[in-house]
Design a protein around this ligand. Structure first.
Ligand code: GLA
Length: 742
C-alpha cells in the first residue's frame, strides 16, 4: 500500500485560518462530515456528524450549544454522573481521568484518510488515541480507540468503548435487530424517549447475533422511512460480546441521545500492562439522507469493497447436504446429490456435518468434534472419492467443520482436557448440541495452532476443496481458561476473540481464495467483526420462506445479499411444518446468495425443472443481486399483506424487483408498490422470472419509463393463474428490468 504519512502539528491541521475554527478537525467522506473541536491542552469535543460540510459551511458553522466531549471519561465534573466511554483504575487506586488534546495526526492511504487525535491525561502518563478512517469513495467513517498505559504499573480498564456519538434530540427513532435461534434478524423500531436508557448487548462469548445485533440505525426525522429522511447508521465490527448504549440526557439547554458502542465490559475488566496498547474494535458510522435503505446501501458498498472476504467475487450456487440428509448418508448418496445439483445447473456441493470421527463416529451430534478424520465406514474412498465425484459432475466441493469445539465423547478431549474452557473447581459443564459439547480455549496459542490446523490440514491434503462451512454451536457457559493466569480470567472473552482473529488471519493469508461461510447454529455470526475473514454467513437454521422474508428484511439493513446465504429448503423440514410452495421458496431464496438445502431425489421432475429454471435465471441476475444497490419498498413488518424490495445495478441499467405476499385472505386487496432507485429517464423492459402462471403478466415484455415505475409501480395479481388444483395462498413475483434504447 502506498502510504503517505503526514505528521502534522495542531496548527498545521487547521482547516481554516484564524479564530476558534482553527482548532476544528473535519473528517469527511464523499457526502458526510464529522467535525471535532480539538484545542491543544483542552477537551476534545464532537461538534457535528451528518451531511458533508463545505468550506463555506465550515466558516459559518454553529455547533449545537454545549456539544459534548468526544470520548467522555469517568472521574471529574459532569462525567461522574453521566454515562462514560472510558473508566479506569490507576495503580494508586485513583479512578479518574481527564483527557486533553495533545496532537493530531493524519495519514493518507490509497482509499481513505486516517485521522488520529492523541489525547493524554492531565496527570498520569496515560494516552488515548481517537482514530477515524474516512473512506474516499464510500460514506463510512470507521472510528476506534487506542488506549496506552505508560504508567509504572498496570492500569485496569473497567470501560473501554470504541466510540461515542451524541445525537441531538428530536423525534429520533432507533431501528435494530432482535430475535432468537431460528428467528434471527427481526426488525425492532422504537422512538428514543427521555428518561429511558436503551442497552443492546450480547454475552454469548462465542457468537453474537442470535438475539440482539451489534448494529443500529437512528432515523432523525421521526418514524423510520426506507427511502426518505436523515439516518445515522452504526455497526460495531466485533465478533464477541458487545454493548451499545443510548442514554438521553440534558446538556444544559438541549437534550442529546448519547450513543456508546464497544466491547461489553461486563466480567471483562482488562488489566493493561505497562506500555501496552489496547485497540478497541471499529465502530463503522454512516449517514444518509436517503432513509434506512440509503444507510444500508452505504454499509453494503463499504462491506463489499473493504470488509467482506472476496466481496468483489460472485458467489457460486450450491446444494448443502444438511436438511437433505442430516447425518444419514454415504458416498453413493453424496454422489447422487452432486449429480442432481450439477444437472440443475448448480456449481458447488457442500457436505455438511457427519463425515468424520475415528474412535467415535459422528452419526449423532453428541460426539467426535475435534476428531477431523474421515469416517471411512460412510465414505470408504474418503474426501478423495468425493472430490473425484465432484470433478466427474463438473462442480466444486465444500465441507463442514466446527473447529472451535469438541465433545466430551471425542479423542481430542481424551487427549487434551486442558484445551477446553472449564471453571477449575466446579468441574466440567458440557452442553450445547447433544449435551456433550465443550468450547476450546482459543486464548491458548496451542489451541489456536490446532484450530488453524483443522483448515490447513484439509487444504494441504485436498487443495481442490473450494468452500468451508465453519460452524460454532456452543456459547461460553463455563467461564474459565486453563491457559490464562488466575488474575487474568476476566480477559477470557476478549482473548477468545483475539485468538479466533489470529487463526482467521493465518487462514486468510494462506488461503485467500477459499470460500468460507460463517455459520453459528444458523445466524449467530452475522457481524462485521467476523466477515473480513468469511465470504458469507448462514442467516438462520430456519429455511421457512415466509419467516425468511422477515429475517432477511432485517438482516439486509446491515448486510449485503452477497453475504447472506439463502437456501431453498424442503417442506416440511426439521423446523417447518407448513408446506410453502416451491415457487415461493425459490423467489425468497433468490433475493440472497442462492443455494439449495433439499434432497433432489425427493423432488418431482416438475420441481426439479423449476429449480433448474430458477438457477439459470439467477445466473443472469446474480451480478445485480450480489453487487447492486438495495431499495426496500414495502416492509413485511408494516402488515400490509405483502413485502417488496429491489436491487438496482450501479449503472441503473438493470434491476430485480421482488414481491412476496405475506398474508393470505380471500379476495385480498394489496397495495401497488412504487419502485425506487431506477433512472427516471431510462426505459425498462419487464420480464417475469420463475413464471408458473399459464398466462403471462400484463406487464410482460412491456417497456416503462423509470419515472413511471418509481411513481406508480406495476399492478400485480394477488394470486397465480395456474390450474385450480395447484392454486396456493402463497403468491410471489420476481421481475427483471432491463434498460432498453428508445
Ligand atoms: C448447525 C448449523 C446447520 C448445520 C448443523 C450441523 O445447526 O446451523 O446449518 O450445519 O449445525 O450439525
Amino acid at each position: 500500500m502506498n502510504l503517505k504519512k503526514l505528521m502534522t502539528s495542531l496548527a498545521g491541521m487547521c482547516l481554516l485560518a484564524g479564530g476558534l475554527l482553527a482548532q476544528n478537525v473535519c473528517v469527511s467522506t464523499p457526502n458526510t462530515s464529522l467535525l471535532l473541536k480539538a484545542p491543544k491542552g483542552g477537551e476534545l469535543r464532537i461538534l457535528y456528524y451528518g451531511q458533508k460540510l463545505t468550506d463555506a459551511d465550515l466558516k459559518t458553522f454553529e455547533a449545537d450549544w454545549g456539544m459534548d466531549a468526544a470520548y467522555p471519561a469517568y472521574g471529574q465534573d459532569w462525567n461522574c454522573m453521566k454515562e462514560t466511554a472510558i473508566a479506569v483504575k490507576h495503580p494508586d487506586g485513583n479512578l479518574t481521568l481527564q483527557l486533553v488534546v495533545d496532537e493530531v495526526l493524519t495519514t493518507d492511504t490509497d482509499h481513505a484518510t486516517e485521522t488520529c487525535i492523541r489525547l493524554k491525561d492531565k496527570l498520569y502518563p496515560f494516552y488515548v488515541n481517537l482514530c477515524y478512517r474516512a473512506y474516499n469513495d464510500v460514506d463510512i467513517i470507521e472510528a476506534w480507540t487506542e488506549i496506552t498505559n505508560c504508567e509504572k504499573k498496570p492500569v485496569v480498564l473497567n470501560q473501554f468503548a470504541s466510540a461515542y456519538l451524541p445525537i441531538r434530540r428530536g423525534d429520533v427513532w432507533l431501528s435494530h435487530l432482535y430475535g432468537s435461534w431460528a428467528n434471527e434478524g427481526q426488525l425492532v423500531q422504537e422512538p428514543l424517549m427521555p428518561g429511558a436508557t436503551v442497552v443492546i448487548k450480547d454475552k454469548d462469548g462465542v457468537r453474537n447475533s442470535h438475539a440482539a445485533h451489534a448494529e443500529v440505525m437512528f432515523s432523525l426525522d421521526g418514524r423510520p422511512r426506507e427511502n426518505e429522511g436523515r439516518v445515522i447508521g452504526a455497526a460495531l465490527c466485533y465478533g464477541g460480546n458487545y454493548k451499545l448504549r443510548v442514554e438521553t440526557y440534558d446538556n444544559d439547554f438541549h437534550d442529546f441521545h448519547g450513543f456508546f458502542a464497544g466491547i461489553n465490559e461486563e466480567n471483562s475488566a482488562y488489566t493493561l500492562e505497562k506500555d501496552e496498547t489496547f485497540v478497541t474494535p471499529v465502530l463503522a458510522l454512516t449517514y444518509s439522507n436517503e432513509g434506512l435503505s440509503g444507510a444500508s446501501r452505504n454499509f453494503h458498498r463499504w462491506g463489499r469493497e473493504y470488509k467482506l472476504a472476496n466481496g468483489d467475487k460472485l458467489r457460486k450456487i450450491l446444494l448443502n447436504s444438511w436438511e437433505a440428509v442430516y447425518f444419514d448418508f454415504n458416498q453413493e448418496i453424496m454422489d447422487q446429490m452432486m449429480a442432481d445439483i450439477a444437472e440443475m445447473g448448480g456449481e458447488l456441493f457442500v457436505m455438511d456435518d457427519g463425515w468424520f470421527g475415528g474412535k467415535y463416529k459422528r452419526n449423532t451430534d453428541n460426539c467426535a468434534l475435534g476428531d477431523w478424520v474421515v469416517n471411512t465406514e460412510k465414505l470408504p474412498e474418503g474426501i478423495e472419492g468425493l472430490l473425484a465425484d465432484a470433478k466427474k459432475h463438473g462442480i466444486k466441493f465444500g465441507i463442514w467443520i466446527e473447529p472451535e469445539m469438541t465433545n466430551t465423547i471425542s479423542e481430542l478431549y481424551e487427549k487434551h482436557p486442558d484445551w477446553v474452557l472449564e471453571e477449575p473447581h466446579r468441574g466440567i459443564l458440557p452442553g450445547g448440541r447433544g449435551g456433550t459439547q465443550l468450547v476450546l480455549d482459543l486464548s491458548n496459542p496451542e489451541v489456536q495452532d490446532f484450530v488453524f490446523g483443522v483448515v490447513d490440514n484439509l487444504m494441504t491434503k485436498y487443495p481442490e476443496i473450494d468452500y468451508i462451512k465453519w460452524d460454532a454451536n456452543m456459547s461460553i457457559t463455563n467461564h474459565g481458561s486453563q491457559y490464562l493466569p488466575a488474575d487474568r480470567q476476566s480477559h477470557l472473552y476478549i482473548e477468545y476473540h483475539r485468538g479466533l482473529e489470529k487463526v482467521c488471519q493465518r487462514i486468510r493469508a494462506k488461503y485467500p481464495n477459499l470460500t468460507m461461510q460463517a455459520c453459528a447454529s444458523g445466524g449467530g455470526r452475522a457481524n462485521w467483526g467476523i466477515l473480513p475473514y468469511f465470504d458469507e454467513f448462514w442467516a438462520s437454521d430456519n429455511t421457512d420462506a415466509l419467516q425468511r422474508v422477515y429475517m432477511q428484511w432485517g438482516t439486509s439493513y446491515f448486510f449485503p445479499a452477497i453475504a447472506m446465504a439463502s437456501h431453498i429448503g424442503g417442506v416440511p423440514n426439521q423446523l417447518t411444518f407448513r408446506v410453502i410452495p416451491l415457487k415461493y421458496r425459490i423467489d425468497v431464496a433468490m433475493s440472497g446468495r442462492l443455494g439449495l438445502e433439499i434432497q433432489p431425489k425427493n423432488m418431482t421432475d416438475e420441481e426439479k425443472a423449476l429449480c433448474k429454471q430458477a438457477i439459470s435465471e439467477y445466473k443472469i441476475i446474480r451480478p445485480v443481486v450480489q453487487q447492486g444497490d438495495i431499495y426496500r419498498l414495502l416492509s413485511p413488518y408494516d402488515k400490509l399483506g405483502a413485502a417488496s424490495l429491489m436491487y438496482v445495478s450501479p449503472t441503473k441499467d438493470k434491476a430485480v424487483f421482488y414481491w412476496w405476499k405475506t398474508e393470505h385472505f380471500m379476495n385480498q386487496h394489496l397495495p401497488r408498490v412504487p419502485m425506487a432507485g431506477l433512472d427516471a429517464n431510462k426505459l425498462y423492459k419487464v420480464h417475469e422470472l420463475n413464471r408458473i402462471d399459464n398466462e403471462p403478466l400484463s406487464c410482460e415484455g412491456k417497456v416503462y419509463s423509470g419515472a413511471y415505475l418509481m411513481a406508480n409501480g406495476l399492478e400485480l395479481p394477488y394470486n397465480h393463474k395456474v390450474d385450480y388444483q395447484k392454486q396456493s395462498d402463497y403468491a410471489s413475483r420476481v421481475l427483471y428490468l432491463e434498460a432498453v434504447e428508445d
